[in-house]
Write a protein that binds this ligand. Structure first.
Ligand code: GDP
Ligand code: MG
Length: 441
């Protein structure tokens, strides 16, 4: 499937040290094939590849990212943009004004099921919806809506199958006005293929009652057909948004990716199963991650951006935690610090400080200070190192003499040590653990 294919493409890119124009082009050739195989509209694919290519070749690889991750970042961002970037809600009128929602779509797309699903969402929002059975052609269509309405605890308005859908719609709105409903959802009939008669009927309903939102229901599993259907419905009757059903059975994601680009209309919700609770708000960024098969793509890139060697950070964390205890650990962590390449190199590995230059640290001065500190600690007895609270004035004087320093310097070290300990108690959560930043590029 698409996500596996894309991951393979990116795996190859990931192993390259530098990204050339040829690399980008050949990788995107594979992305293009993968998208076409996922049944994404051809024109959409062409434009998409062009956009990504222009950005990928023109842009410097960001600090801390390798070239493959950089391409993933751009592909992901462009996929999100293609799907409209933001979540769109069904537009509802305010207050007691009645919102009329007309559901449209081919037979079997999922209109009746989705009508009941939406009713549930509206109820949660404190609305009072009325479902209306306008499909008078398919046997049992009315009964199906009634059963679903009952499951949702929502009233279903019906006039049997002897009336015209236009008249049923009008009567339903009147019924809603009289009985305190503030949303009317019209469940209409579908055909196996788009035909004039169906379109005319929908236009007639639209003209007869003041339809607020025309929502097209399409089956994601039909891929490009779903996109073509959306284009035709929009042209003939005008749609405000799309609900993509049966995404639970769609492994390709082609329809989700192209509908917005082809029709300019947003995806409002996605159907994720037959149960009436299986309706989800549509989030372009989540869908992009799902299609890329990299739910963790953001985390990964973030991680790379911070340029942290996770293992080094963990080791350091252990050492810092240890330094919390006594002067002996302090001593051994100092020697480990030296092994690790001095203070400035450690600072550069700290989360959040990656890549930062530390021009203010004078390595030589720092070395000298560390040596003095070491000699002071060496002048302590083992007991004193393990239990710094023993350090009374007379012990401090003895230590100062032993190390050949002023007693004030010993005092300063003990004070700094205590402050450092206090600080380190607060540090573990900051270090090497889960990063809290949740930025989406
Ligand atoms: P309509 O002809 O457009 O009214 O379509 P229906 O609402 O009768 O749905 C047709 C079939 O699709 C039914 O069996 C539904 O249970 C099923 N269906 C609808 N939405 C979904 C969905 O999101 N996922 C799955 N798996 N099945 C769905
Ligand atoms: Mg139906």
């Amino acid at each position: 499937n698409l996500s596996e294919k894309l991951q393979n493409v990116f795996k190859n890119l990931r192993s390259k040290g530098r990204l050339t124009e040829d690399d980008v082009k050949s990788a995107l050739k594979e992305v293009k094939l993968a998208l076409l195989e996922a049944d994404v509209n051809f024109k959409v694919v062409k434009q998409f590849i062009k956009t990504v290519q222009e950005r990928a070749i023109g842009q410097d690889v960001m600090n801390g990212l390798n070239p493959g991750q950089m391409v993933i970042k751009i592909v992901n961002e462009e996929m999100i943009a293609l799907m409209g970037s933001e979540t769109t809600e069904i537009a509802l009128k305010s207050g007691n004004e009645i919102t009329v929602i007309m559901m449209a779509g081919l037979q079997g797309a999922g209109k009746t099921t989705t009508t009941a699903k939406i009713a549930g969402k509206l109820k949660q929002k404190g609305r009072n919806p009325l479902l209306t059975a306008c499909d008078v052609y398919r046997p049992a269509a009315i009964e199906q809506l009634k059963i679903n309405g009952e499951k949702q605890g929502v009233e279903v308005f019906s006039m049997g199958d002897k009336n015209k859908p236009v008249d049923i719609a009008k009567a339903a709105v009147e019924h809603a006005q009289k009985n305190g409903f503030n949303v009317v959802i019209l469940d209409t009939a579908g055909r196996l293929h788009v035909d004039e008669e169906m379109m005319d009927e929908l236009v007639a309903i639209k003209n007869a009652v003041d339809v607020t939102q025309t929502i097209l229901v399409v089956d994601a599993m039909t891929g490009q057909d779903a996109v073509n259907v959306a284009g035709m419905f929009d042209e003939k009757i005008g749609i405000d948004g799309v609900i993509l059903t049966k995404l639970d059975g769609d492994t390709r994601g082609g329809a989700a990716l192209s509908i917005r680009a082809v029709t300019g209309k947003p995806i409002l919700y996605i159907g994720m199963g037959e149960k009436l609770s299986d309706l989800e708000q549509f989030y372009p960024d989540r869908m992009a991650s799902r299609i890329l098969g990299m739910g963790d793509v953001l985390t990964m890139i973030e991680k790379a951006q911070e340029a942290i060697d996770e293992e080094e950070a963990k080791k350091l964390e252990q050492k810092m935690k240890k330094a919390e205890f006594d002067f002996e650990d302090y001593l051994s962590s100092m020697s480990q610090m030296k092994k690790m390449g001095g203070l400035s190199s450690i600072m550069s590995m700290m989360p959040g400080m990656g890549g930062m230059k530390m021009p203010d640290i004078d390595e030589a001065e720092a070395e000298k200070g560390m040596r003095r500190t070491e000699s002071i600690i060496y002048s302590m007895t083992l007991e004193e190192r393990r239990n710094p609270s023993l350090l009374n004035p007379s012990r401090k004087r003895r230590i100062a003499n032993g190390a050949g320093v002023d007693i004030a310097e010993v005092n300063r070290l003990v004070k700094q040590f205590e402050q450092a300990r206090k600080m380190m108690k607060q540090l573990p959560g900051m270090m090497g653990g889960k990063r809290g930043r949740k930025g989406r590029f």
